[in-house]
Design a protein around this ligand. Structure first.
Ligand code: DCP
Ligand code: MG
Ligand code: MN
Length: 348
């Protein structure tokens, strides 16, 4: 009952899930701490409902489901009895609707969107005109210019076609590079929000991928594949770099602009990077949480032991710890005692 694209039969409470998802989207666009908790709680409810095998018939039945409290149970019954949830109308205020349009611009977060709203902007056109004195940075301007393209997911085939143009260009710079496509594509999804490419190189001859990303960006730009840059890498860290940009299938009439990301990592963190960059983000979060519970720390470089955390704020690490697994994904799964999961199974 998990992935609507894969399951054969729909969940018996799909209509309820749909309304709760709608409410969740509204709360996600609000700044208050309360709203964050509501999103968290709605996520829990939605997960519980997805796993529930029967159509819910009564309040008592809803309340008995693990993770569902009385207030939520009442919402569920309201949807079941009336087909609607009044709370959705109540939360659908102008600021939420407007800021959720603004945050779909590349590089625009909740804070910026709210600031623009309080400056009097209500539409994308207002932003173009700089209404209320708002100023967009370069990345945001590009994001706004290609708003529709960049908010349209691409078919998996298109991601593949673009990647197959990029890979040989990278290998011509250095045939010993590891170049592969990560993110939703590696998880086997039918459509992708962007293209995520991981690059590294096995240094068995002492050489590395230092300098490769800069050359690659340059070549891809000249080949008409990269059309705009959004965030260029910090070249002071030659082995570990991030690039954000926009690409398209060159020479194809009407080809849409697509977001593309590159990540380069040292060979020693390849497994950690594969795991991180494959996602999905919720799966990553649960793996990180598990690592933390075991006294480890997991990030895109690998799994670390002996990390000492600040007792007053568990998010603050007082030392880096020792790397205990990072070369392969399997090593990390093993150390965490998590049975192996193929990329397409890494969804929460
Ligand atoms: N990632 C993460 N936490 C984030 C952002 C990203 O753990 N806040 C990791 C997991 C993601 C991967 O990086 O799967 C790639 O990020 P994307 O934002 O490109 O997400 P996906 O590729 O999974 O989905 P989409 O198809 O929307 O691009
Ligand atoms: Mg992606
Ligand atoms: Mn991405």
């Amino acid at each position: 009952c998990k992935d609507p694209q894969k399951r054969a039969a729909p969940c018996p409470n799909d209509d309820v899930i749909e309304k709760l998802e709608e409410l969740k989207t509204l709360h996600s666009a609000k700044p208050a701490e309360d709203d964050k908790w509501r999103v968290f709680s709605l996520n829990k409810t939605i997960r519980a409902l997805r796993a529930h095998p029967k159509r819910i018939r009564s309040l008592e039945e809803a309340e008995k489901i693990r993770g569902i409290g009385v207030k939520t149970a009442m919402k569920i019954m309201e949807i079941i009895n009336t087909g609607d949830l009044r709370r959705i109308q109540f939360e659908r205020t102008e600021d939420v609707l407007v800021t959720s349009v603004f945050t779909k611009i590349y590089g625009v977060g909740q804070k910026t969107a709210q600031m623009w709203y309080s400056n009097g902007c209500r539409t994308l056109d207002d932003l173009w005109k700089g209404k209320g004195g708002v100023k967009l940075n370069e990345g945001q301007k590009i994001g706004l210019e290609h708003y529709n393209d960049l908010n349209t997911r691409m078919p998996r085939e298109e991601a593949k076609a673009i990647f197959e143009l990029i890979k040989p260009i990278a290998l011509r710079i250095d045939p010993d590079l590891f170049v592969d496509i990560m993110g939703s594509f590696r998880r086997g999804k039918a459509d992708c929000g962007d293209i995520d490419i991981l690059i590294t190189r096995c240094p068995d001859d002492g050489r590395t991928h230092e300098g490769v990303l800069r050359k690659l960006i340059d070549k891809l730009e000249r080949a008409g594949i990269l059309t705009e840059h959004l965030a260029l890498p910090d070249y002071s860290k030659p082995l570990e770099a991030v690039y954000h940009g926009i690409c398209c299938l060159p020479g194809v009439a009407g080809a849409r602009r697509r977001r593309i990301d590159f990540l380069t990592v040292p060979w020693s963190s390849k497994g950690g990077a594969l795991l991180y960059y494959t996602g999905d983000d919720m799966f990553n979060r649960s793996m990180r949480l598990l690592a933390n519970k075991m006294g480890y720390s997991l990030n895109q470089r690998g799994l670390y032991a002996g990390v000492i955390r600040d007792p007053t704020n568990r998010n603050v690490k007082l030392n880096a710890g020792n790397l205990i697994a990072s070369e392969t994904e399997r090593q990390i799964f093993d150390k965490l005692g998590v049975p192996w999961r193929e990329p397409h199974e890494r969804v929460t």
